[in-house]
Design a protein around this ligand. Structure first.
Ligand code: FPP
Length: 254
């Protein structure tokens, strides 16, 4: 009997909904801010592990459009932690070849945060190991609306015909333009939702839900998720026979 070797290409793009910071803190009788602080430590560990695992793109849901509705003090803490993260990780990102990129509605962020993000993006432009995308003030529906507006403006300016708008053109007008779709989405804290994250881009992503709160999620848990991904068979709407024949489709990102 001839055994066919199925070549599973490595995962290129990992997206994560980092959930459960508040519950992690509450379970310990600590203020919510302690959960977010611990959450930043997890971010640092997971970025390192992604570099180690040769994952090319990591997208983290750091602050949603809806998170603006949280108590002002919590929003301020999250923004302060973001600024601290950018300052403390700058050197490390440069050393490790990490390129930072931000998606979301920047206009709602303070000038101070925007400037810090702009500088970090500029300084890390040449990072070619891992593209770390932070989704900030981000909502999937917002992003789709922004893309539709960009396209409408181009049509109105006579630069584009409506017939030219297809999935490729649409993709190119999203905040994530140029980045391949996520292969795997992880959500921590046991919630089974995608909560307005990368609605367009997650169309064919494999989903992985884990009970651990984000502060308790570490390299070991990440490796388990990657192992689970490697066991999956991605069919992209085709039959199992078709994807077995076209080995390239099995677990390849497209
Ligand atoms: C969800 O926990 C997490 C957030 C809303 C923010 C995620 C932010 C960080 C991990 C820190 C900042 C990030 C960077 C990149 C510096 P939750 O507060 O919704 O937890 P809960 O559902 O248990 O209340």
């Amino acid at each position: 009997m001839i055994h066919k070797t199925v070549n599973i290409p490595p995962l290129r793009h990992l997206a994560i909904i980092m959930d459960g910071n508040g519950r992690w803190a509450e379970a310990r009788g600590l203020p919510r801010v302690a959960g977010h602080q611990q959450g930043v430590r997890t971010v640092v560990e997971i970025v390192d592990e992604c570099v180690l695992q040769q994952i090319s793109y990591l997208t983290l849901f750091a602050f949603s459009s809806e998170n603006w509705g949280r108590p002002e003090a919590e929003v301020e803490t999250l923004m302060a932690l973001l600024l601290e993260f950018l300052a403390s990780q700058r050197q490390r990102m440069l050393q490790d070849g990490v390129r930072l990129r931000v998606i979301g509605d920047r206009e709602r962020l303070s000038v101070k945060v925007r400037n810090a993000l702009d500088s970090a993006e500029q300084e890390t432009l040449s990072g070619d190991k891992l593209m770390l995308t932070l989704a900030l003030s981000y909502g999937g529906r917002d992003e789709i609306v922004r893309a539709a507006r960009r396209l409408a403006r181009k049509v109105a300016a006579g630069e584009l015909a409506p017939e030219e708008i297809g999935a490729t053109e649409f993709n190119a007008n999203l905040d994530t333009a140029g980045v391949p779709d996520p292969d795997l989405l992880i959500r921590t804290s046991g919630e089974l939702r995608i909560s307005n994250f990368l609605l367009w881009q997650l169309a064919y992503a494999e989903l992985y839900f884990v009970d651990a709160y984000w502060p308790d999620f570490g390299p070991v848990e990440l490796r388990l998720a990657l192992e689970s991904y490697r066991q999956r068979r991605r069919r992209f709407g085709l039959t199992a026979e078709q994807t077995a024949e076209g080995e390239g489709l099995s677990n390849s990102a497209s």
